[in-house]
Ligand binder design. Structure first.
Ligand SMILES: O=C(O)c1ccccc1NCC(=O)[C@H](O)[C@H](O)COP(=O)(O)O
Length: 217
């Protein structure tokens, strides 16, 4: 069985790229949501993406971005995937995927069982799904809040129609349990590997990747 693939989301500094690569991550996330403490400019994102070694996939995270914004990001940054973390409809997701020629991952917020059908709604139009905690009402950030949902909601549902990642409040201390409970083969983390918002911690990244693999033991 191949190992768990980890995405470290919201890198802001060159040393975060190095820590993700040496720590064994499979993906890095570059955040373009202006209100996020993890937001980077196109110039910074480009420098971070160019620093990533071959095999470390670069994912651009956007929230309800318009075409002009997406055009600038895609033209300026070498990318492997787009992550849509807003209220994009399935039609908009399909449009973005066709326009930019990049694989697209749609984030789906989960709070309770009533949210689960949205996964099947988006599955036909995406390359990957990011199953994340739903942000609380009125939250400034639609993701990256360090909140988890009840992982038991995903129990017994290992095989969606598309590859998927589990996210939301994961930490080095709980990711093994999350993997065991949900059967996730990919996990994503932002705040659980930070020493402060937007500041990744190399030791936490390393511990997180090791702990994620332990979930399959
Ligand atoms: O991380 C952010 O600041 C962010 C802002 C706006 C939209 C999405 C954002 N993060 C998306 C991610 O992929 C996070 O890794 C995911 O939501 C999990 O975050 P966390 O619970 O902090 O690990």
């Amino acid at each position: 069985m191949p190992g768990i693939r980890v995405k470290i989301c919201g890198l802001t500094r060159p040393e975060d790229v190095d820590a993700s690569a040496t720590g064994g991550a499979a993906y890095i996330g570059l955040n373009f949501f202006p209100k996020s403490p993890r937001c980077v400019s196109i110039e910074t994102a480009r420098a971070l993406a160019l620093r990533a070694p071959a095999g470390l996939a670069k994912v651009a995270l956007v929230v309800d971005a318009d075409d002009a914004t997406l055009d600038r990001i895609v033209a300026g940054v070498p990318l492997d995937m787009l992550q849509l973390h807003g209220r994009e409809t399935p039609e908009r997701v399909a449009e973005i995927r066709a326009r930019h020629g990049l694989p697209v991952m749609k984030a789906i917020g989960i709070a309770d069982a009533a949210d689960l059908p949205r996964i099947d709604l988006y599955a036909p139009v995406v390359d990957q799904l990011l199953i994340d905690a739903k942000p609380p009402e009125g939250a400034i950030l639609p993701g990256g809040n360090g909140l988890r949902f009840d992982w038991r909601l995903l129990q017994g549902r290992k095989y969606w129609q598309k590859p998927w990642m589990l996210a939301g409040g994961l930490t080095p201390g709980n990711v093994a349990e999350a993997v065991r409970l949900t059967g996730a083969r990919q996990v994503d983390v932002a705040s659980g590997v930070e020493s402060a918002p937007g500041v990744k911690d190399a030791a936490l990244i390393r511990d997180f990747v090791v702990a994620a693999q332990a979930g399959t033991d």
